[in-house]
Design a protein around this ligand. Structure first.
Ligand SMILES: Nc1ncnc2c1ncn2[C@@H]1O[C@H](COP(=O)(O)OP(=O)(O)OP(=O)(O)O)[C@@H](O)[C@H]1O
Ligand SMILES: [Mg+2]
Length: 295
């Protein structure tokens, strides 16, 4: 298997880099100003391997995250869930010495093809992390529109519209509408996480990745995040990592179960509709994991 930038190694056919359109075919400003109905897109992962230096931590992972669906990635600690989700928007390669082989396709086009700008990919495929990470001293408003301002958008009316729309979609508007100038760091943990989701939504991504988005939150905030995932499904393709089996079975449509192989690399044991994984898995390993017998 050769490096991923050489599309020839992929099990999926190579495409010209210019076949990858800008997000929704519009520059960020126009995208943000059009209150678009989102055409959700699929994310295909093909024969993906991930490395930190010489250490392979993911082996031969293949699955497709369906549009307008929540795909959950589950598995024991260290099996490579965070690594996998970071490969989906080219965050993995930010770690020095980290690299990938294989293929990730967004709406049919390789995100790793030569000439593709990782910054554009990260706009199209947004990410929310385990610990809420708003800019703590920046206002709530400025947190939400940070990505747009970074892209040079200064139109106040547009920024106002995007901030309100994003906060509403993130189910936070009613709680913060009267204190948009307060610092993001002054919100509760659950509110901060919804602020981070609003920030991710503000740049109009097509896919939202969430790595254990509720694991640092109390049960009420967790429920809010789960309800939010359920409503965001109407507009986005969502991939989440979770350690919480009930959460995976409650919120997701499809589930990928990974575990660590004898070679120390994580691999995909089973991928299927969530109902099948949780009620009638094909693999004994999956059954043992979801029933709490290991991991
Ligand atoms: N920056 C890094 N440098 C080197 N190795 C790393 C790095 N990050 C993770 N790893 C290794 O990669 C493997 C997979 O880690 P990863 O964080 O993806 O697992 P995980 O499934 O998300 O675990 P957890 O459930 O504990 O979050 C582990 O063996 C880990 O030690
Ligand atoms: Mg992790």
């Amino acid at each position: 298997m050769t490096a991923m930038t050489d599309g020839s190694s992929s099990s999926l056919p190579a495409v010209a880099p210019d076949a990858l359109p800008l997000s929704r075919g519009l520059p960020l400003g126009e995208r943000a100003s059009a209150a678009l109905e989102h055409p959700a897109v699929q994310v295909e992962v093909g024969s993906l391997h991930a490395y930190y230096g010489r250490h392979r931590v993911l082996r031969d992972v293949t699955f497709t995250a369906r549009p307008n669906a929540v795909t959950a990635i589950i598995g024991p600690s260290g099996c490579g869930k965070s690594t996998l989700i970071r490969c989906l928007n080219r965050m993995h390669e930010v770690t020095p010495g980290a690299r990938v082989e294989g293929e990730v396709r967004l709406d049919g086009s390789s995100i790793y093809a030569p000439g593709i700008d990782p910054v554009v990919i990260r706009q199209r495929i947004g990410m929310v992390f385990q610990r809420p990470n708003p800019f703590p001293t920046m206002s709530i408003f400025d947190n939400v529109v940070a990505g747009l301002k970074l892209a040079g958008i200064r139109d106040r009316q547009l920024l106002d519209e995007v901030a309100e729309r994003s906060l509403q979609r993130a189910a936070l508007w009613d709680e913060v509408r009267d204190k948009l100038k307060s610092p993001g760091g002054a919100l509760s943990g659950g509110q901060q996480q919804r602020l981070c989701i609003a920030r991710a939504i503000a740049v109009e991504p097509e896919v939202i990745l969430m790595d254990e988005p509720a694991s640092a939150l109390d049960p009420i905030s967790t429920l809010k995040i789960e309800e939010l995932m359920d409503s965001l499904r109407a507009s986005y393709t969502i991939v989440i990592v979770t350690h919480n089996m009930q959460q995976a079975s409650r919120v997701s449509d499809q589930t990928a179960f990974l575990t660590v192989g004898d070679d120390g690399a994580g691999y995909l044991v089973e991928f299927d509709d969530t109902a099948t994984i949780f009620t009638n898995p094909r693999q004994r390993l999956t059954e043992d994991y979801i029933s709490g017998r290991f991991g």
